[in-house]
Design a protein around this ligand. Structure first.
Ligand code: 5GP
Ligand code: SF4
Ligand code: MG
Length: 456
C-alpha cells in the first residue's frame, strides 16, 4: 500500500491526490482520502485506481488544510469497498482517521480478544484493531493514545493519521515499510509519504526519513518527534529495493534505481554468460538489465515491449492459445531476438508460471539460447509484513532446486543473485534489513511458526 499526509496547505486534498497518483504502483485496488476542516473530518473512498476514484467533484467534497490518503492492495482482508482506507472513526476523544502500509502479525489474536470483549468490527482489515485499541487505552493526547495502542500490536506499519488538529506519522520499530517527511515549498506546510517520488509531484522538498520506531506529530505549533517504543534495530524490507518501490525514490538514503543497477552489475560478475544481447522483462527488470549490460559490455535491447494500458479485466477470446495471458502485456520482437543468445533479466521468480511463459515467448521469437538471470535470491518464504506473496507451497524455489526451476521455466541456464551480493548493492547488511522471504529468517513471529524451513 501507499500512504500520504498533508498539513498546512489550502489545497490539502488535491495535493494528497497528487501524492497518491505518484504512489499508484504500491496499490491499485482502492483509493481514499480523508480531510480535516474546522474540527470536522470528510472522507471519499472507492474501488479502483486514483484516477477512477477521484474527480473534481470528489475533491471538492474534501475541504481543509489537512488530509491523509491511501492506495491499497490487499494483504489482509478482501478487495471490497468495506475494506478501503483510510479508516475513519469517531470515539470519545473525537475524530480519528488512519491509513496503513504494512501488515500486523498479531491482528487475528487481538481481534478475537476484542470481539470477546464486545467490539464490533466493520472491516476484515488488520488495521481496524488499531482503532479499537485506541478507544480503550489511556493517554493525555492523540499521540500518547496511539503509542499505547501500537504498543500492543506487532508487525509492519507505516501509518498516517489525522485528527481535527493534528497529522501524525508513525513507523513501526523495525521500519519494515518506508515513510518520509517533506516540506511544501510554497506554503511551508508538511507532508508525509511512503516514497520520495510522491514529494516531487506534490511540490515538497525532502526533509528526512521518519526513523524506525518514530512518531512525528504535526500541529499548528510545528513538528514534534517521539520515540515511544523500545528500540529493536532496523529491519527495512529489502524487497522494496528489488521490486516494490519506484526506481526514482530514495528509501532510507538509498536510491532505488542505482541499487537495481548495482544489482545488475553484480549479476554480470557472478553469472557471466557467452551471449549476444541483454533483454529486461519490463518494467521490473529494466534497471538491473542495464547494469548487467554495462558491466558485461553486451548490448542492451528491449526485446520485450510492454503494453502499459492493460487494465484489470479484459475480454478473453474463447480460443486463447498458449501464453495468451502474458502476451496481453508483453510482446517479443523477432527483429531483435532471432538467432540470438539472450540474457533475460527479471526481478524475481515467484510461482514460475509467468517466467515460463516469457521464456517461451522469447524462444518463439527465434532466440537460440535463453539465460534467465534473477535480480533477487530465490523466493523461498511468504511475506507476513505487507507484500502479497503466495503460500510457501506455491513458491517454486521453496519446492524445487535451482536446476529443477531452470527446467520448469525452460531456460538454458538460470542464475539468482546471492544474499551477500544483494546486501552489497543496498548499502551493506549492517544497515539492518528484513530478508525473510529469501533467508527464512523472520524478524517477527509468523502464523507459520518461526523459521519453518526444516519442514521442506
Ligand atoms: P512468476 O514467474 O513467478 O509467475 O512471476 C514473476 C514475475 O512476477 C516477475 O516479473 C515479477 O516482477 C513479478 N512479481 C514479483 N513480485 C510481485 C508482486 O508482489 N506482485 C506482482 N503483481 N508481481 C510480482
Ligand atoms: Fe520484505 Fe521479504 Fe521481509 Fe516481506 S519477507 S518484508 S517482502 S524482505
Ligand atoms: Mg515483472
Amino acid at each position: 500500500c501507499g500512504v500520504v499526509g498533508v498539513f498546512g496547505h489550502p489545497e490539502a486534498a488535491n495535493l494528497t491526490y497528487l501524492g497518491l497518483y505518484a504512489l499508484q504502483h504500491r496499490g491499485q485496488e482502492s483509493a481514499g482520502i480523508v480531510s480535516a476542516d474546522q474540527g470536522q473530518l470528510y472522507t471519499q473512498r472507492g474501488m479502483g485506481r486514483v484516477a477512477e476514484v477521484f474527480g473534481a467533484q470528489e475533491l471538492e467534497r474534501l475541504p481543509g488544510q489537512q488530509a491523509i490518503g491511501h492506495v491499497r492492495y490487499s494483504t489482509a482482508g478482501g478487495s471490497v469497498l468495506r475494506n478501503t482506507q483510510p479508516i475513519f472513526i469517531n470515539y470519545r476523544h473525537g475524530a480519528f482517521a488512519v491509513g496503513h502500509n504494512g501488515n500486523l502479525v498479531n491482528a487475528g489474536a487481538l481481534r478475537e480478544q476484542l470481539e470477546r470483549e464486545g467490539a464490533i468490527f466493520h472491516t476484515d482489515m488488520d488495521t481496524e484493531v488499531i482503532v479499537h485499541l485506541l478507544a480503550r487505552v489511556p493517554g493525555q493526547d492523540a499521540g500518547e493514545r496511539l503509542a499505547a495502542a501500537l504498543a500492543q500490536v506487532s508487525g509492519a506499519y507505516s501509518l498516517v493519521c489525522l485528527t481535527e488538529t493534528r497529522l501524525i506519522g508513525v513507523r513501526d520499530p523495525m521500519g519494515f515499510r518506508p515513510l518520509v517527511l517533506g516540506r511544501l515549498i510554497d506554503s511551508g506546510g508538511f507532508v508525509l509519504a511512503s516514497e520520495t517520488c510522491a514529494l516531487d509531484l506534490m511540490g515538497a522538498e525532502f526533509v528526512r526519513d521518519v526513523a524506525p520506531g518514530e512518531m512525528v506529530i504535526i500541529s499548528q505549533g510545528g513538528i514534534e518527534s517521539r520515540f515511544p517504543f523500545p528500540a529493536v534495530g532496523r529491519r527495512m524490507c529489502v524487497f522494496e529495493y528489488i521490486y516494490f518501490a519506484r526506481p526514482d525514490s530514495v528509501l532510507d538514503g538509498v536510491h532505488v534505481y542505482s541499487a537495481r543497477k548495482r544489482i545488475g552489475r553484480i549479476l554480470a560478475r557472478i553469472h557471466p554468460r557467452d551471449a549476444d544481447v541483454v533483454v529486461p522483462v519490463p518494467d521490473s527488470g529494466v534497471a538491473a538489465a542495464m547494469g548487467y549490460a554495462e558491466a558485461s559490455g553486451l548490448p542492451f535491447e528491449l526485446g520485450l515491449i510492454r503494453n502499459h494500458y492493460v487494465g484489470r479485466t479484459f475480454i478473453q477470446p474463447a480460443q486463447r492459445g498458449r501464453d495468451f495471458s502474458v502476451k496481453v502485456k508483453l510482446n517479443a520482437q523477432p527483429e531483435i531476438l532471432k538467432g540470438k543468445r539472450v540474457i533475460l533479466v527479471d526481478d524475481s521468480i515467484v510461482r514460475g508460471t509467468t517466467s515460463a511463459k516469457i521464456v517461451h515467448l522469447i524462444r518463439a521469437a527465434g532466440a537460440r539460447e535463453v539465460h534467465f538471470l534473477v535480480s533477487s535470491p530465490p523466493t523461498i518464504g511468504p511475506c507476513y509484513y505487507g507484500i502479497d506473496t503466495p503460500d510457501r507451497a506455491q513458491l517454486i524455489a521453496a519446492q524445487h532446486s535451482v536446476d529443477e526451476v531452470r527446467k520448469m521455466i525452460g531456460a538454458d541456464s538460470l542464475g539468482y543473485l546471492s544474499l551477500d551480493a544483494l546486501f552489497e548493492a543496498v548499502g551493506g547488511r549492517a544497515l539492518g534489513f528484513c530478508d525473510a522471504c529469501f533467508s527464512d529468517d523472520y524478524p517477527l513471529p509468523t502464523p507459520e511458526g518461526h523459521g519453518t524451513r526444516q519442514l521442506f
